[in-house]
Design a binder for this molecule. Structure first.
Ligand SMILES: [Zn+2]
Length: 71
């Protein structure tokens, strides 16, 4: 069974460069926990900013909602 991967996509509010990272669910939970906002760091200007989880990774957000419904 292969591990599901989630792609996080966002754009830096300061320099506008967009980036994406692909993480497993475990990595996501370890890095960002279960908060609605995730903290990202721009690779270009090193600005730390918060992104809305729903827009950065809709797939992950949907799965969290499914888990909530199950619980
Ligand atoms: Zn930037």
């Amino acid at each position: 069974m292969s591990k599901k991967r989630y792609q996080i996509q966002s754009a830096c509010p300061q320099c506008g460069c967009s980036f994406a990272q692909v993480l497993s669910k475990e990595e996501l939970m370890k890095r960002y926990g279960d908060t609605p906002n995730i903290e990202l760091e721009c690779g270009e200007c090193m600005l730390k900013f918060q992104a809305d989880r729903e827009s950065a990774c809709p797939e992950w957000d949907a799965e969290c909602r499914m888990n909530e419904e199950k619980a």
